[in-house]
Design a protein around this ligand. Structure first.
Ligand SMILES: *Cc1c(COP(=O)(O)O)cnc(C)c1O
Length: 380
């Protein structure tokens, strides 16, 4: 038997003029941060999202760290975060001394369960960090209503959700701040990269300083001060303009990328619907008032054993599917903050059941057909 051609879970690839722009950035001689391509990317995102300011960062992790600094998180502050997320969502705040309070997720969208939010808030709660899982928007109306009533700030981890919308408004524009990721596993990539979206204009100036090693260098370059100096804490969160050039090539193709991903998602959904129903497999749910960002396609198998067996079954056929987040409240670190079994039952169940299918910008329909065929052959 021939070994079947491998179908990767993710494969980063240029889809437009990325190579040309990288060469231009190298030839142009501005290789450090905030060069011409960084400015183009920021302008594109500001115009598209209608955000007052977008700062490119070296990663989404660093954008989240900047958020924690901008919110002035202090030791003892509490931050409410879904247990079902990437470790950086919580680490950024723990680094400032915050105590994470883990929230459970809704069983349908796998987003922070807004109906169970209120009891988690205390007088020490400083922020709520919704994550738009798979690029499907959280219930922002209810979430913001609770947060505003209790005087707590909302900042979004929008790593999955760029160009997704909730009730017609872009994800990443609801919170005072939002983070984006341009890691190679995301819809738009430059290998490693991120952005901080600043929706509260009052936070713009300090954000620029934090990102520039605590100096007022950005104001200096705009001619607003005649020399630049150390004015605050800060770090180096600027990506190279060479990476921004690659990212600009990707973002320029945003319609092509998003429509391709939409086709992939709809193909899987249509091809697996009957199978899923027959075997009690849950497919992703997108509420009618949400326009998703088509970040991933997942299945929720009835049990952990079936999930593991399906991963192995696909792998034997050269198809790479993967599970996702382990509950953060049950991790070694999460337990140090008091996390215990049963705290977030939906997260605990979903983490065992979820499997992500191959999904990327150059996945072909032929490859998808092979994935679907292999799934339909799976012996339950
Ligand atoms: C990928 C991801 C991050 C981290 O992104 P980096 O750019 O790799 O730092 C954070 N949060 C979520 C939800 C993610 O999916």
């Amino acid at each position: 038997m021939n070994t079947p051609l491998k179908i990767d879970f993710n494969r980063p690839a240029p889809v437009g003029r990325e190579m040309e722009y990288v060469a231009e950035a190298i030839r142009g001689g501005h290789h450090s941060g905030d060069g011409p391509f960084t400015k183009k990317v920021a302008a594109l995102l500001e115009a598209e999202l209608g955000a007052p300011r977008v700062l490119l960062t070296t990663s989404c992790t660093h954008a989240l760290e900047m958020m924690a600094l901008l919110l002035d998180i202090q030791p003892g502050d509490e931050v409410v975060i879904p247990s079902f997320t990437f470790v950086s969502t919580v680490n950024a705040f723990v680094l400032r001394g915050a105590r994470p309070v883990f929230a459970d997720i809704r069983p349908d969208t796998l987003n922070l369960d807004e109906s169970r939010l209120e009891p988690l808030l205390t007088p020490r709660t400083k922020a709520i960090v919704p994550v738009h899982y798979a690029g499907v928007g959280c219930e922002m109306d209810a979430l913001l209503e609770t947060a505003n009533r209790r005087g707590v700030r909302v900042v979004e981890d929008n790593a999955h959700g760029l160009f997704g919308k909730y009730k017609g408004r872009y994800l990443g524009t609801f919170g005072a701040l939002a983070s984006q990721s341009f890691h190679e596993t995301k819809n738009f990539s430059c290998g490693e990269g991120g952005a901080l979206i600043i929706n509260d204009p009052a936070l713009v100036e300090r954000a620029e300083i934090l990102r520039e090693k605590g100096t007022n260098r950005s104001r200096f370059f705009r001619g607003q001060v005649d020399k630049y100096t150390w004015v605050d804490i800060g770090s180096s969160y600027l990506p190279s303009d060479i990476l921004a050039a690659y990212l600009y090539g990707q973002l320029e193709q945003r319609e092509k990328i998003q429509s391709h991903r939409k086709r992939l998602w709809e193909f899987y959904h249509a091809a697996l619907q009957d199978w899923a129903q027959a075997h009690e497999v849950q497919l992703p749910y997108v509420p009618a008032h949400v326009e998703q960002a088509y970040h991933m396609f997942y299945l929720l198998l009835p049990t952990l054993d079936l999930r593991q067996r399906l991963i192995a079954h696909l792998r034997e056929r050269g198809i790479y599917s993967v599970f996702h987040y382990l509950p953060l409240h049950l991790s070694d670190m999460g337990r140090r903050f008091g996390g215990r079994e049963g705290d977030c039952p939906v997260t605990e169940r979903v983490s065992d059941q979820l499997l992500r299918l191959p999904f990327h910008n150059i996945l072909t329909q032929e490859e998808q057909e092979r994935v679907v065929e292999a799934i339909l052959e799976f012996d339950f």
